[in-house]
Ligand binder design. Structure first.
Ligand SMILES: NC(=O)c1ccc[n+]([C@@H]2O[C@H](COP(=O)([O-])OP(=O)(O)OC[C@H]3O[C@@H](n4cnc5c(N)ncnc54)[C@H](O)[C@@H]3O)[C@@H](O)[C@H]2O)c1
Length: 308
């Protein structure tokens, strides 16, 4: 305060710092404890889970797993045929699934999707922003259209879905937003310059959204956030992966990736990598000086060759 004596201000600041450090220590201990004894996976039986890009790859696998867990699964994809196939697979296992065709880059269509899903299925409680594409070639060979489409799907699509489905989560202080970033959103990779940009953006959006809601005067503690960072998953999205130590850095089966994704959502993890050990190796890389990091990445020698 402006008229507060200096000595009182100093004492108050001292106690504020001590109190803040005590709470930080408590959170560190809590987090260490949780890594040894993780929280129980939440029951999703009453949840309505919307997954974009559910017509293929990890989106389909995640949708099937949530179907088996009894959730109502809202499958969204631009590819109606693949999406219907996912719904059929879930229904064959007696799950509850609904198909909605939508291009996530079309903001008006996304807003219309939210209205239709709410009236035909109910309020979405878990939103999985999974749809994405990955053109793979040197940056100077990307056309303007390719880059704009990539940004529209991988970045803007996430934002339109958040704008469409966050309001009802805020009203009820209940919900969970999940984003599919990538290890390409945590490290630079050749032939993926624009793609890496989109996946860093996805992580940035998730970090900023969590901060914005944390600082919101309303109670928003009931809204959770999870960011998924896979490396190479065999869905057909990544061709020609180069892996020097195949035993050490295996490409991942989409079903195994989906098991990890569903588990991370149910345990409300903030961020995971697939494979999990990349989480810590990446943190070590980030601490290294850039030249040392380059030496190590050159030695590991992993990456993708151009797709065309
Ligand atoms: N496969 C990998 O190795 C890998 C690694 C890291 C991150 N990822 C990310 O995971 C996500 C899923 O990847 P995947 O390998 O399962 O992909 P995939 O190609 O198997 O499936 C992506 C789905 O998204 C849909 N889609 C594309 N554009 C769309 C649009 N405009 N509107 C609605 N749907 C659209 C496609 O029709 C497709 O069904 C993507 O965001 C991808 O960037 C994948």
């Amino acid at each position: 305060m402006a008229d507060e004596p200096q000595i009182i201000y100093a004492i108050r600041l001292f106690f504020e710092i001590v109190w803040m450090l005590l709470r930080v220590d408590f959170e560190i201990i809590k987090s260490l404890f949780k890594s040894i004894l993780p929280s129980e996976p939440k029951d999703v039986n009453d949840d309505i889970i919307l997954i974009t890009g559910a017509g293929h790859g990890m989106g389909r696998e995640v949708a099937q797993r949530f179907g088996r867990l009894g959730a109502k699964v809202v499958c969204v994809d631009i590819n109606a045929k693949g999406n219907e196939e996912t719904v059929k697979l879930i229904k064959q296992e007696k799950g509850k699934a609904f198909s909605f065709e939508c291009d996530v880059t079309d903001r008006a269509a996304v807003m219309n999707l939210a209205e239709r899903v709410t009236s035909e299925v109910g309020e979405v409680t878990i939103l999985v922003n999974n749809a994405g594409i990955m053109p793979c070639k040197p940056v100077l060979r990307h056309s303007e259209k390719e880059i704009k489409t990539l940004m529209d799907i991988n970045v803007n699509g996430n934002l339109w879905m958040i704008q469409a489905f966050l309001p009802s989560m805020l009203e009820r202080n209940y919900g969970h937003i999940v984003a599919m970033s990538s290890m390409a959103g945590k490290m630079g990779l050749r032939n993926l310059v624009p793609y890496c940009g989109t996946k860093y953006a996805v992580r940035g959006i998730m970090e900023a959204l969590a901060v914005e809601l944390h600082e919101d005067p309303r109670d928003t503690n009931g809204i959770k956030f999870t960011t998924i960072c896979p490396y190479i998953v065999n869905t057909g999205l990544c061709h020609n992966p180069k892996i020097r130590f195949a035993g050490l850095m295996k490409t991942v089966d989409p079903g195994d990736a989906a098991d990890r994704i569903v588990d991370a959502i149910r345990r409300e993890y903030h961020e995971i990598t697939i494979p999990s050990d990349m989480y810590y190796t990446n943190k070590i890389f980030q601490l290294l000086p850039p030249a040392a990091g380059k030496l190590m990445t050159d030695f590991i020698g992993t990456g993708l060759d151009p797709h065309d």
